[in-house]
Ligand binder design. Structure first.
Ligand SMILES: Cc1cc2nc3c(=O)[nH]c(=O)nc-3n(C[C@H](O)[C@H](O)[C@H](O)COP(=O)(O)OP(=O)(O)OC[C@H]3O[C@@H](n4cnc5c(N)ncnc54)[C@H](O)[C@@H]3O)c2cc1C
Length: 542
């Protein structure tokens, strides 16, 4: 009888996944040594030189088969099998699992190790089902005991380690293995055999197509480098509850992380997973809400400087490692924390604009302002168009603010506060509120001095709501330049035709017609009639 074989599946999607596969190969070599088994590496991909038909199957985006095969052979795989077909250029767990399963059925290896990640997990599950083999998931310690393979796997949220063996009559098992805890040998020099098997036919799984494929976003990378991370767990209950974590992260200028349940429930992208099978973070502040503190999760947060844990169960293990533990219902506490954090974020915005100086619009953009606006917007899952709508701006304006290309006036911050339902009185300083009030009074005074303004709300210099009657001479501009001031404006035309230039857009209003706009947008009035135009103007300022 030939020697039993242990195979390792090589994940070539990225250099990082390939490194993880090499580590799993090292683990397979250790097991094989004890069991006197042979080790092979299985690589799947397109034959060299396959032209990319689309970005979805661009083989250039993966680690090359040839290069990987040579490395695996040097590390110690006795045989490296390269299974190739042009349709295998884009890695797909469903497709690769079929190819792997077919090969397993032909060659009947003993064990097939796959790196423990979502791709490996899916490939193993489909592969095991297709060839009716065993499946040992999340095997943290692959062992040989009395000549039998034993997969030691965490169970019950990591509270126990279960030893799983193959039942009699089940000669083959797929095993997902975490890559941690071993080193890839430096300058390995083993001489393995490389065998390329060009597959003649591939049957694409029916009903499924690859829609998108791409590298991890910059946001995902930012998580590992973030100074502040807010992690949500199963205790948040649902997508909406998890939104509270996003809001807090946005307001604190931090990144969102998650334990496994929110990822499995698709409340958040997989790239946000923290822990043994996810990312390791090293922030100065980590807030962990509704997370019990399973070892597989805490493995990814232990290097945080300060851990604040919120859990309603005082016995939750997370409190054993937290610097500050808060026993509370996260859904009650997080909105309060969010409110405070958003107030302080808006305060930072106010500091960044220095908008209470007279020449608001000519200010040089303040670095960091755009990032705060973007974080606050993303925390609420708003698009730039949503924020533009909520603040009465254009999406281009928001884009420019976020790119720090322009420095917005204080009215923009007030608009944001209004959209976020935060009272400016809670984040503006007393003297700033006084300056705002004075400016309002000054503007009021200037307006009422102009012959064309008649105030309808005398003694209202400091009020939020003020009304004026405006008369514009026939066929004349109201003012030579466009107005721009914080707040909102309502115009109701009483007599004559009114021409309103709002930003660059022209509007014509007939008697009886009205308009409402953000008065921070430059606006200019003129009479379009042969008689004076009379309008009722109501200003609202915070
Ligand atoms: C091999 C292996 C690898 C794994 N890798 C990872 C990994 O990388 N990352 C990871 O996260 N997990 C991983 N897991 C899963 C891990 O074991 C745990 O199951 C997971 O971390 C639990 O997530 P959780 O704390 O969010 O959920 P739970 O353990 O269910 O905890 C939820 C907590 O929320 C609290 N709670 C409930 N409602 C509220 C409320 N309203 N307010 C406040 N608190 C509330 C509860 O008291 C509880 O403490 C792995 C498991 C295995 C076997």
């Amino acid at each position: 009888m030939s020697r039993a074989e242990i195979w390792t599946f090589g994940d070539l999607r990225t250099a990082q996944q390939w490194r993880a596969s090499q580590k799993v190969l090292v683990k397979a070599l250790t097991v094989a040594k004890e069991a006197d088994a042979a080790v092979s590496m299985i690589l799947i991909g397109a034959p060299e030189g396959t032209p990319a038909a689309s970005p979805l199957n661009d083989p250039g985006a993966c680690v090359g088969l040839k290069e990987a095969a040579a490395q695996a052979a040097a590390i110690g795989a006795q045989t490296v099998y390269c299974l190739t077909h042009p349709l295998l250029a884009a890695p797909r767990a469903d497709l690769y699992a079929r190819v792997l399963a077919d090969f397993v059925q032909q060659r009947k290896p003993w064990l097939i190790f796959l790196p423990l990640n979502d791709f490996g997990r899916e490939t193993a599950a489909i592969g095991a089902q297709r060839c009716q083999a065993g499946l040992i998931a999340d095997c943290v310690a692959p062992l040989i005991e009395n000549g039998r393979f034993v997969g030691r796997c965490p169970a019950w949220g990591g509270q126990i380690l279960a030893d799983i063996v193959l039942a009699d009559g089940w000669p083959t098992a797929f095993v997902t293995v975490p890559p941690h805890g071993v080193q890839i040998p430096v300058n390995p020099s083993a001489v393995g055999r490389i065998e390329t098997i060009a597959l003649s036919r591939i049957a694409l799984p029916e009903g499924l197509s690859l829609v998108q494929r791409g590298l991890e976003s910059e946001e995902g990378k930012r998580l590992e480098e973030a100074e502040t991370v807010v992690v949500g767990g199963a205790g948040l209950g649902d997508m909406q509850g998890f939104g509270l974590v996003r809001e807090l992260a946005g307001a604190l200028g931090g990144e969102v992380g998650a334990t496994r349940p929110p990822v499995m429930n698709h409340w958040v992208d997989e790239e946000r997973l923290i822990g043994q099978t996810g990312k390791t973070v090293r922030p100065r502040l980590l807030v962990s809400a509704g997370t019990s503190g399973a070892v597989q999760y805490t493995a990814g947060i232990m290097e945080s400087e300060t851990i604040v844990a919120i859990d309603r169960d005082p016995a939750a293990p997370i409190f054993q490692i937290a610097d500050i533990g808060i026993v509370a219902d996260a859904k009650t506490l997080l909105p309060i924390l969010n409110q405070r954090a958003q107030q302080s974020a808006l305060r930072r915005l106010a500091d960044a604009t220095c908008a209470l100086t007279p020449s608001e619009t000519e200010e040089a953009p303040k670095a960091g302002f755009g990032a705060i606006v973007r974080q606050l917007r993303e925390a609420r899952n708003w698009s730039q168009a949503d924020l533009a709508h909520a603040t009465g701006q254009t999406p281009e304006f928001i884009a420019h603010v976020e790119e720090d290309k322009l420095s917005p006036p204080v009215s923009f911050i007030l608009g944001m506060a209004q959209a976020m339902k935060i009272d400016p009185g809670t984040f503006l300083r007393k003297e700033e509120r006084a300056v705002l009030r004075d400016r309002r009074a000054q503007a009021y005074y200037q307006r009422t001095q102009a012959y064309s303004y008649v105030t309808l709300t005398p003694e209202a210099a400091n009020s939020h709501l003020r009304a004026f009657m405006i008369t514009i001479e026939a066929q004349r501009d109201h003012k030579p330049v466009a107005y721009k001031h914080e707040g909102e404006e309502f115009i109701y035309v009483l007599e004559g035709d009114l021409g309103l230039t709002l930003d660059a857009k022209e509007h014509t209003l007939k008697p009886g017609e009205s308009i409402h706009f953000n008065s921070d947008v430059p606006h200019k009035l003129k009479s379009l009639s042969t008689q004076p135009t009379r309008c009722l103007v109501v200003l609202y300022t915070v």
